[in-house]
Ligand binder design. Structure first.
Ligand code: ATP
Length: 561
């Protein structure tokens, strides 16, 4: 049994290390030293996660619940915890300061005062499991009690990382890239194989265990499984239709539908639908579940498509409407009536217990066409094979005229590459370049808007470290309704408030338009945006899918040339 103290020590060492190679070494040593049972737990913990992203288990502890637990554990009033958060700027330091105050008044034994570790990694995981498993009436109390137990058994160093882990924001700079390399290093498996295993399983914990127990062979045998989503294949922008044809020769052209991506797992009559963020959204989409049951003729299948919100003429509605459908958790039937969906299927990754991702697109598509009965609510739309730019242009114009985004230009010979944004899928759309950025902070408004969160601090993503690097603020482009909706959404994510300034847990992604990217010393990313304005709230994207610093740099350079 490894002590949680050992994990806390590793976090502390990493926090005092700057190079990603050194960080990888420390993480890899830890992976090597823990048992097979502990390995998946630490693989997720070290990235600040408790469960894999796709899992139906979610911790569901927000900053305010954590503050209550700290208040109960320390005996300090909630207000004082909030003051500590403001003063220290960090929930970990807050936990230490609050618990210190309590133990000063106690003569009894305390892990905190004696610094005697008593928590094991597995015990912490078990407590988090209890927290995620509790629902309904009384669930808040159960959650708080489990957190109290952990804080009351923790040494100061443990408390720091427990508090951050409880809101899944560890802030030690370890992201998927470092964990992937650490698995490779710890168990002598090439990083490429670790990466492939990750793309297929979406779970670095699982990959780590395979690597430990069976080396490269076990990792290369990891495969897709029904009801566990696989990372989605993504598209690159093509500057012109001609360039795409020059690159690919004969191309497969489809409309780029204006909706939200879904990956559907059909296991008999058991249907699971995953969003682009790989979250299970089945409960919000009963109409799609029914359409798949009725019109997909296969025992088992994994299908991909775009769910489009349509008006009474079948034309696409605003992107926000489809997100309303995905978000809705209660009274779903009403939104189903108000915002009907059409599902446009475009790929088939698995059929009747056979994995299809290594087959060429044309073969996957033939199988897709064969197993779907086209109706109003579910269909496989046309795909045209051509090398004539004029023909592609015609399809492009038709897609735009129908209110969709443009065209997808695909390599007909290419396999499905999970999680890859490569040349085999190209997209052409007329819209100006926009950026998807993560909201990491905000400000309360003035006057009439004093109760609304109004100005939003945006950041790009560094995939190696998992850090979000600020790049600017956006305060225009919002309707009053949107501001109210956002205030609701973001209130649960507030980490620290100081005057009108708010620090937020990175969770929500904004799509913003801008005039220009400039170099700037005002923001940590080294860049700033000129005239940013909101285009969309991208609930379908996770913060890790926001623009990377590398892409910001490349747009900056392309502007200059
Ligand atoms: P965008 O904002 O342009 O949708 P993105 O980053 O969300 O970009 P991309 O990978 O760049 O996603 O573009 C592919 C997306 O286009 C898919 O995720 C899917 O949601 C959507 N799409 C619509 N029609 C198709 C289609 N026929 N084939 C593949 N993807 C399609």
């Amino acid at each position: 049994m490894t002590d949680f103290k050992d994990f806390a020590d590793v976090c502390k060492r990493i926090e005092h290390t700057s190079g990603s190679l050194d960080m990888t070494d420390i993480v890899s040593e830890m992976f090597h030293s823990v048992s097979a049972e502990e390995l998946p737990v630490v693989a997720h913990f070290v990235m600040g996660d408790v469960f894999p992203a796709w899992s139906t288990e979610q911790l569901g502890v927000g900053p305010s619940l954590l503050y209550t637990a700290l208040s109960r554990s320390s005996g300090l009033p909630l207000k004082e915890i909030e003051t500590l958060v403001r003063n220290t700027g960090d929930i970990g330091e807050t936990a230490i300061a609050a618990l210190k105050k309590e133990t000063r008044n106690q003569a009894t034994f305390s892990a905190f005062m004696d610094e005697t570790p008593s928590l094991s990694i597995m015990e912490v995981f078990e407590r988090f499991n209890n927290i995620s498993g509790t629902t309904g009436k009384g669930s808040q109390t159960t959650k708080i009690k489990n957190l109290q137990y952990l804080f009351n058994s923790a040494t100061p160093e443990e408390a720091r990382y427990l508090a951050r882990l409880a809101i899944e924001d560890l802030r030690i700079g370890v992201g998927e890239g470092i964990v992937r390399d650490a698995i490779a290093k710890a168990f002598g498996v090439p990083a490429g194989d670790v990466e492939r295993g990750f793309m297929l399983t979406n779970d670095l914990g699982l990959v780590a265990v395979a690597a430990k127990e069976g080396g490269v062979e076990a990792v290369s045998q990891l495969g897709m499984e029904l009801n566990r989503p696989i990372k989605m294949m993504l598209a690159q922008v093509t500057p012109t239709i001609e360039t795409a044809i020059n690159d690919l020769g004969v191309v497969a052209v489809e409309w780029k539908f204006d909706g939200a991506r879904v990956q559907i797992h059909k296991d008999g009559d058991n249907i699971n639908i995953f969003s682009r963020r790989l979250e299970n959204v089945t409960g919000s989409l009963p109409d799609i579940v029914q359409a798949v049951k009725d019109h997909v003729k296969a025992d088992t299948a994994i299908l991909e498509g775009e769910a489009v919100a349509v008006d009474e003429h079948g034309n696409p509605r605003a992107f926000q409407d489809i997100l309303k459908r995905f978000r809705r958790k209660y009274d779903v039937e009403t939104t189903v009536r108000e915002i009907p969906l059409t599902l446009n299927l475009f790929d088939l990754l698995y059929l009747n217990d056979e994995v299809l991702i290594d087959m060429p697109l044309t073969d996957r598509r033939d199988a897709l066409v064969d197993c779907v009965e086209n109706t109003n609510g579910i269909r496989v739309d046309e795909q045209v094979l051509t090398k004539d730019p004029e023909k592609v242009n015609e399809i492009y114009s038709a897609a735009l005229a129908a209110g969709h985004e443009g065209v997808m230009i695909k390599n007909p010979e290419a396999p499905y590459s999970p999680g890859k944004r490569g040349k085999n899928w190209l997209k052409k759309k007329p819209i100006m370049e926009t950026l998807d950025l993560v909201v990491v902070g905000a400000e309360w408004g003035y006057g009439r808007r004093a109760n609304l969160i109004g100005s939003y601090a945006l950041a790009c993503f560094d995939p190696d470290t998992g850090d979000f690097l600020p790049i600017g603020k956006v305060a225009t482009g919002f309707s009053d309704e949107q501001l109210a909706e956002l205030t609701d959404l973001l209130s649960d994510l507030i980490v620290v408030e100081s005057g009108r300034d708010i620090e937020l847990k990175p969770e929500v992604v904004f799509e913003v338009a801008f005039e220009e990217i400039q170099k700037s010393t005002n923001y940590e990313s080294g860049y700033a945006l000129r005239f940013p304005r909101l285009v969309n709230i991208r609930d379908d994207k996770s913060p890790e899918e926001a623009e990377t610093l590398e892409r910001i740099e490349s747009i900056y350079l392309s502007q200059r040339s």
